[in-house]
Design a protein around this ligand. Structure first.
Ligand SMILES: [Ca+2]
Ligand SMILES: [Ca+2]
Length: 111
């Protein structure tokens, strides 16, 4: 069981550790985090694991953006988009993809 504040808006379902079983990640907007549940493949999940985000994570999208065959996670948060890369031990920080500036949104394309 994990205590969540209100404002869970988004869930992403994908295999983010490459074990062939679908995992779930959901946002905790008020807690500035995402919560990853590693799927066991039978409808149950391992203990939740938390990853800090910027303020107000609200939207999630999952796809293999670095081409290693393991799903990754993009998190829309206040002021930009943060990337988490999937891997055998879970998610790891992958940097900022886009940030809001006074002039608009700046998109970063470097690795
Ligand atoms: Ca998995
Ligand atoms: Ca990947």
């Amino acid at each position: 069981m994990i205590a969540l504040r209100p404002h869970v808006h988004s869930v992403a379902a994908a295999d983010m550790d490459g074990d062939g079983k679908v995992d779930l990640v959901f946002n905790d907007m008020a807690g500035s985090r995402v919560v990853w549940l590693r799927g066991r493949g039978d409808g149950s999940f391992a203990a939740p694991r938390e990853y800090r985000t910027g303020q107000g994570p609200v939207g999630l999208a999952s796809a293999d953006v670095d081409g290693d065959g393991i799903a990754d996670l993009a998190v829309c948060q206040l002021g930009g988009v943060r990337l988490f890369l999937g891997g055998p031990s879970g998610l790891r920080e992958g940097g900022t993809l886009a940030a809001a500036t006074a002039a608009g949104v700046e998109v970063f394309l470097t690795r």
